[in-house]
Design a protein around this ligand. Sequence first.
Ligand code: HEM
Length: 417
Amino acid sequence: MADDEKCPFRILDVTAANPEARADPYPRLAELRALCPLHRDEAGGAWLVPRMADARAVFTDNSHTKNPDTAEPGAHAVRRRRATVPEGLDFPDDQRSSLLELDGEEHSRIRRPLVQALYERIARFEPECIRIVDDALDRQEGRRGEFDLMREIAHPVPVACIGAILGVPEEKLSSFQTWMDGIIQTFNPIRTPEDVASLVASANGLAHFVRETFAARKLDPRDDLFSDMAKAQAEGAPLSDVDITFNLRGVLIAGNITTTDVIGNAVRLIITHPEQRAKLAADPALWPNAVEETLRYEAPVDFTWRIASRDMELSGCPVNKGAALSVFMRSANRDEAAFPRADEFDVSRKGAARHLAFGGGAHICPGAPLARMEARHLLQRLFTRFPNLRLADPAAPVDWRKIPGFRGLERLGVRID
Ligand code: HEM
């Protein structure tokens, strides 16, 4: 069991909520892995799981659960997911259909048809993905000079891609971006009244849009994921309207900020590692691996959770049934026991794709093939088309977002001539 005197971290201390960890979380995570294979976070009532071997063991055992109601009473952070729904939400109970919080047959009842339809769409999406990427780069070609890569490219491309898959009309994409900016406040533990107001307005805006669009597609199907789900329901898949609309909202949200972050993180890493950039220029076949290495080295998501299904041990430490486990992917991905020279960014690293950035087991991220496709095409085309892409001010501090749980850039000032 962890010794709190040696290892005095709360989970927030190793996330972007803490200024030191925001700048560089990895030294503290390395300390955690060395000293506390299972560390108690009293504030959240959870156990941090920082080592790769333990993280994998938890993910591959699908008897562990995610439903907050299965956690022990002291697991505040996980149980709070249900308890602190902000006031003013128009559909506060919809969350009970969330894939992220369901287990077993209830989870697969919704996940199976949704993921099947999503995978079929992604498999046909590559030409459209390339068109969206090229459009974004064309717009930049006209402007050149200095710009914020996050605002001009890393945000709009994933929004346009997930919007195209779901069938969000192009004129809705800008309100969509505003909703995303508000919804990210869900993950902010220190929300101001303005943050809460923006979160509630955005969540309601998105919820109404998704409900109305789904109702319209039931009557008048088109070639999009909304219509696929309407068809699955009409053909007998045991899915309620809320099961579908809540999880399509989830896809719209999950498909955005994380993909934006991997793109921004990769651009910054490649620009600031000229020897890696040279490798990619000499061997473009390395681009897919560069995406995997970015997901490993600078994962967009810090951690996910599981609830222990039984009494057991991790790295020799006892875990009781009902304990909330915060599986820290960012830490596991830098574990030397899994990745030699783990703190080096190496686009030619063998086995880079064995990272855990997408979680694992029954809940593994179903959007991974889309995120990989977008990042690969965007990065390869961006660096090929603008070989002199560079930081606008190499001495400027890195502008990391402050919201815990994610690692991504608020702003990335770059230049192309
Ligand atoms: C680089 C981009 C992305 C990252 C790093 C990421 C990461 C994750 C993680 C860590 C989880 C939790 C998995 C677990 O608990 O084991 C997850 C779940 C999920 N993601 Fe992603 N994601 C990304 C992109 C996407 C995209 C593009 C979509 C949609 C097209 C998506 C849809 C989902 C959904 C629906 C879930 C819930 C799955 C379930 O609980 O069964 N994600 N993602």
